[in-house]
Structure formats: structure tokens, C-alpha cells
Write a protein that binds this ligand. Structure first.
Ligand SMILES: *Cc1c(COP(=O)(O)O)cnc(C)c1O
Length: 369
């Protein structure tokens, strides 16, 4: 399995590069050169398989020579065996045709554990083979930092530096992050907002010499390895419900819902993916009206979704533009220059074949809870 950058200028990469680099050298996002396909038999077999088996099958499609299915199975058993529910991602029926997919049985209760936990194992293995160390730098509003620390604190070759806004993460998350006994984990409470933390991290990554010297790397949701691990629960959920299923996905950086889209592309019968946002509704506006235009980030009661520009959306644009790198670069630079982009009717229609969207206000969120 080889990967290309959405911007087309980074050459082809293998899974190890994609895992360690995160972002492509040309500023684009890595995508598999083609979509592998699962057969109807593969899908049927999943009905009787444990979560770890399904995880190994899906991830092996993307790891190429870097990891065999056997190796992935061993890692997945270790990781998901430690979740506090035997089914790992159980479904609870809440209506005649409605289920809730419980993605909170990992060590930090965030769905990010599903990908981050196995990422830790993948890093350990690849870095050992290459006799290399890396330093992961993460800005967090809570979930990502806690999940990253929990997953990486025992990795021998990884240092983790997490920046969180002081006084603006939940107390549980603050303790998960800062009460870790590991010489490799450093927490920095920044006197400022999440955006300030993010700006510091971005400025570090903008210094190519520093990045190289420190072997800096990231684990945010643009990392393809995370998306590959997140495809798995779309498969296990569909296998237990049966038939084409639609998923409503709380969305921030468009990572989780894009994993659902990728699952569909490799053969899972998904009918619709509903992008659910809070009042930070840029994706809702883009899907409904073709109007991709950030406004200021509003602070809500669902801070993990308080994001305007969703990094992974570039991957979907790349697909609906039939992987035309030039067109994509053109569009992204317009976006940079003018702070907005308009989708064509054809692009909107193609997105609409799979995606729907909805934005919930603070009042609606409170009422529903
Ligand atoms: C990370 C996160 C999201 C957003 O997920 P994306 O993959 O960035 O779209 C939504 N809700 C919670 C609770 C999260 O932790």
C-alpha cells in the first residue's frame, strides 16, 4: 500500500512514513493511492469475529509491508483486551431503529482511545526497527492530550509534550494528563486558550530545522493511522445491526466521520453519514449550501467540537474533485487568500450522496442532555 499527498508534490510514501510524519511534506494530507476492497465474504465473516480480529483485518489493508495481519492482531488483542467492556464498542438500542455506539470504554473514556492506543504500539515497533526516537507535541482542549498521554506514556522511544489551556480543561482530564509517572511525559499549562496552544504547536512545526533536530511528530486526527483504526467500529457496528446503516457522528476536525467515509469506500454498506456539529457549523453550511467559510470559534458545552477549519475536509474535497491535485491546490490557495471557498453544485451533489448534516445550538444540546 502506497500513499500520495492530496497536494501531489510529496512523492509516494509507505505506511511507516505516513505514521511518523502525519502531515505530508507539501502541506497536504496523505491518502492511499487507491481504495482496497473487502469482499462480501470478508464482511459476512466479521459478524462472528471479535473486535481485535476485525481491527487486524481492516488495518492490514493499509499497513502494507510494515505490519502483517498477525502482528496487528497481537497488538489489537493487547490494546482492546484492556478496554472495560468485552465487546469493546457495544451498541445500545434506544429506539426501534436507533442505536448508540458506545465509544467510551477505553482508559480515558474518549473515543480517541480507539486509535491512540494502537498508535502507541505501532510507534514503538517502527521506532525500534529504525532505532529512532521521536517527540510528539500536542495541543489539546482535553480529550486528545489525555488519550495521547495514556497511550504513549510507556512507549520507550517517544517523548510526549502536551499543551493545554490552564483552567480550561475538565478536572478529570487535567488529572489524567498531569498525574502520570513517566519521565517521558511533559505537561505545559498555557496561560491562554486552546487556540493559543495550537498556535504555539504550529509555530514549532513551521521551523523545519527544529522539527528535524527534535524529531518532532504529531498525533492529531490528520494522521492516517488514526483514521484506519477508527474505521473498525463502523464495521463492527454494521455487522451487529446488519444491512446498510447510517451513522450520526459528532464532528470537529472531520476525522471520525471521514473514517466512516473511508469504511464505505472499502466496501462497507453505509447509507448516510450525518455530520453533527454544535454552533461552530462551518461543515453544516458547507454541506447544505456549499459555503465553506469560517467564522470566529464559539465556546460551547462541547469543546471537542469547537473547531472551524476542519483539517480532514481536504481529504473529502480531494475525492469529490476526482483526485485532481491542481484543482485542489488552486482551491486551497483561494481559501488561504480569501478566507472562504465555494463548492460547485456538482461537488455539493457528490458530497450529498453520502453526507447529511445538522447543527445543534447550545439550547438544543442542553435540552437533549
Ligand atoms: C475528538 C472529538 C470530537 C471530534 O472528532 P473529529 O474526529 O475531530 O471530527 C467530537 N467529540 C468528542 C467527544 C471528541 O473527543
Amino acid at each position: 500500500m502506497k500513499y500520495v499527498s492530496t497536494r501531489g508534490a510529496a512523492g509516494s510514501a509507505n505506511f511507516e512514513d505516513v505514521l511518523l510524519k502525519g502531515l505530508a511534506g507539501d502541506g497536504g494530507l496523505f491518502m492511499p493511492t487507491s481504495w482496497p476492497q473487502l469482499s462480501a465474504n470478508d464482511l459476512t465473516a466479521m459478524r462472528d469475529q471479535a473486535y481485535a480480529d476485525v481491527a487486524a483485518t481492516i488495518m492490514a489493508l493499509f499497513t502494507g509491508e510494515a505490519f502483517s495481519r498477525e502482528k496487528l492482531l497481537e497488538m489489537a488483542r493487547g490494546v482492546y483486551g484492556a478496554f472495560d467492556h468485552g465487546d469493546v464498542a457495544p451498541l445500545t438500542q434506544v429506539g426501534e431503529e436507533d442505536w448508540i455506539l458506545e465509544l467510551y470504554h477505553g482508559p480515558t473514556l474518549a473515543f480517541k482511545d480507539f486509535a491512540m492506543q494502537i498508535l502507541g504500539r505501532l510507534f514503538d515497533d517502527v521506532l525500534e526497527r529504525r532505532n529512532q526516537r521521536i517527540t510528539i507535541v500536542v495541543a489539546t482542549s482535553g480529550d486528545t492530550g489525555a488519550a495521547a498521554i495514556e497511550a504513549l506514556k510507556h512507549c520507550k522511544r517517544v517523548n510526549v509534550v502536551v499543551l493545554h489551556p490552564q483552567g480550561r480543561v475538565s478536572e478529570v482530564q487535567r488529572r489524567i494528563m498531569t498525574c502520570v509517572e513517566s519521565g517521558q511525559v511533559t505537561n505545559i499549562a498555557v496561560d491562554g486558550s486552546f487556540d493559543d496552544c495550537q498556535a504555539i504547536v504550529k509555530s514549532l512545526f513551521a521551523d523545519a530545522v527544529f522539527v528535524d533536530e527534535m524529531q518532532l511528530s504529531g498525533v492529531n486526527s490528520i494522521n492516517w493511522a488514526r483514521l484506519a483504526a477508527q474505521m473498525v467500529y463502523y464495521f463492527t457496528a454494521t455487522a451487529s445491526v446488519g444491512g446498510p446503516v447510517s451513522f450520526v457522528v459528532p464532528t470537529g476536525n472531520f476525522g471520525d466521520v471521514f473514517a466512516g467515509y473511508a469504511a464505505k469506500r472499502i466496501g462497507l454498506p453505509i447509507s448516510k453519514l450525518v455530520v453533527a456539529t454544535n454552533s461552530n457549523d462551518i461543515l453544516h453550511r458547507a454541506i447544505q449550501h456549499g459555503d465553506y467559510k469560517p467564522s470566529g470559534v464559539a465556546k460551547t458545552s462541547s469543546p471537542s467540537m469547537d473547531i472551524q477549519v476542519a483539517s480532514n475536509f481536504e481529504r473529502l474535497l480531494f475525492e469529490v474533485m476526482d483526485r485532481d491535485h491542481e484543482e485542489l491546490i488552486d482551491r486551497m490557495s483561494t481559501f488561504q487568500r480569501e478566507g472562504a471557498m465555494t463548492l460547485s453544485v456538482a461537488e455539493r451533489d457528490r458530497i450529498g450522496e453520502t453526507f447529511q448534516s445538522y447543527a445543534a445550538s447550545e439550547d438544543q444540546t442542553a435540552t437533549e442532555i
